[in-house]
Write a protein that binds this ligand. Structure first.
Ligand code: DOR
Ligand code: ZN
Length: 423
């Protein structure tokens, strides 16, 4: 592989500096035979890490595959993704997680880390073989899509996780409180006659799990925090020294339940879009570090599962290729985060939460050449049909968003450049 010279990029939005990439690492000095990327005006950040991606393989390759999802990730500036376990069959055993990891390596566009299920078949009845999966290199376990609702099972999972030094990521949704739920319980759902998904269903599980994390000393990660009250609980837990981390999705930062008025199921997601007041608190909590990171909850769905009546539609939204732009719109432009902060929430914190040692590293000599170049001045208009995912269910269709990923580099190899994937 030829050395690569990135000329004039601004690491973390600071002073321009040439970055020489050689043998997979950021290097010192100059070489004559380097390929050059002119990066005047571009911002260099460590490659993004997504703790929450649904790649749908095995089982729903009509909506996404590890290949197409990896392409979407690379185009979105990601160099590592965590592939959720709610596939078909479920990734609740060593065979499936190893298959996902191997396909990820074969595709080679991003580091694909399989997430193992906490319970067999995501049924919430008995623990999956966490140890066997951890032995294959699984770093994170989650029943995402479902909540590990049984408190004793959650306690046991947390206990095992401490011994295995892995993270348990919880989709916080008290099932009895969300039976039949279709949208955030509030004014808009009431007007449309949609059964409500109350904030307390999310918050009660987060409160319980923080207490269980305190009791067990485990590393608890809370998926897609969506309410102001949930952010307050996490603030409290951290103040008590509880080892909890939390993610927020781009859509919960930008969108709110006024979108229900469209009655378009592209806006159906779990947890649901909350109020504008919730979204404001989430943005502030992310800026403060109460919420650690942004995770996409990239959830591709087939057209027939989205272009139907609201109650029949599946929850979920594409996110990988729009995440950076939504973070620019909601966090950078309003002055809540600078580019150092973007590096923190998109790369450094998620890498640290999962325990990755080769991602989220400083842009310095001797470190992995794993980085993303962003044009902060560019804008682009989202078209679901043009995204790399097989599915097209983006809630940002037709919206013009700020900030564009120009180049993604994984271990010195360009994986995406100017909107094209380089295999
Ligand atoms: O909206 C969602 N979609 N939330 C989840 O928890 C699961 C995901 C999916 O798998 O489609
Ligand atoms: Zn979830």
């Amino acid at each position: 592989m030829k050395p690569l010279l990135i000329k004039g990029a601004r690491p973390y939005g600071e002073e321009p500096r040439d970055l020489l990439l050689r043998d997979g690492l950021i290097a010192e000095g100059a070489v004559d035979d380097a390929e050059v990327i002119e990066a005047d005006g571009l911002i260099a950040l460590p490659g993004f890490v997504d703790l929450h991606t649904h790649l749908r393989e095995p089982g729903r390759e009509d909506t996404e595959t590890i290949a197409t999802g990896s392409a979407a990730a690379a185009l979105g500036g990601y160099t590592a993704v965590f592939a959720m376990a709610n596939t078909d069959p479920v990734a609740d055993n060593a065979v499936i997680v190893q298959h996902v990891a191997r396909r990820g390596r074969e595709v080679g566009l991003v580091d694909v880390h399989p997430v193992g299920a906490v319970t067999v078949g995501l049924k919430g009845e008995r623990l999956a073989e966490l140890g066997t999966m951890a032995a294959t290199g699984v770093l994170m376990f989650s029943d995402d899509g479902h909540c590990v609702a049984d408190p004793l099972l959650m306690r046991r999972a947390l206990e095992y996780s401490t011994a295995l030094d892995v993270v348990i990521a919880q989709h916080a949704e008290e099932p009895r409180l969300t039976e039949g739920a279709q949208a955030h319980e509030g004014e808009h759902a009431a007007r449309l006659g949609l059964a409500g998904w109350p904030a307390a269903a999310e918050e009660s599980i987060i409160a319980r799990d923080c207490l269980l994390a305190r009791q067990t000393g485990a590393r608890l990660h809370v998926c897609h925090v969506s309410t102001a009250g949930a952010a307050e609980l996490i603030r409290w837990a951290k103040s008590q020294g509880i080892t909890v981390s939390a993610e927020v999705t781009p859509h919960h930062l930008l969108l709110d339940d006024e979108r229900l008025a469209t009655y378009d199921p592209v806006n159906k997601v779990n947890p649901p879009l909350r109020t504008a007041a919730d979204a404001k608190v989430l943005r502030e909590a992310l800026a403060e570090g109460v919420l650690d990171c942004v995770a996409t909850d990239h959830a591709p769905h087939a057209q027939q599962d989205k272009d139907c009546e609201w109650s029949a539609a599946r929850p979920g939204m594409l996110g990988l290729q729009t995440a950076l732009s939504v973070v620019v719109a909601t966090m950078v432009e309003p002055g809540l985060l600078d580019w150092r902060g973007v590096a923190r929430v998109m790369s450094e914190r998620p890498a640290a939460i999962a325990g990755l040692t080769d991602q989220g590293r400083p842009l310095e000599a001797g470190e992995p050449a794993t980085l993303t170049l962003v044009d902060p001045a560019a804008t682009w208009t989202v078209r679901g049909a043009l995204l790399a995912s097989i599915a097209a269910n983006t809630p940002y269709e037709g919206m013009t968003l700020p900030g564009r990923v120009v180049t993604t580099v994984l271990n010195g190899r360009v994986t995406a450049h100017e909107g094209k994937v380089l295999q």
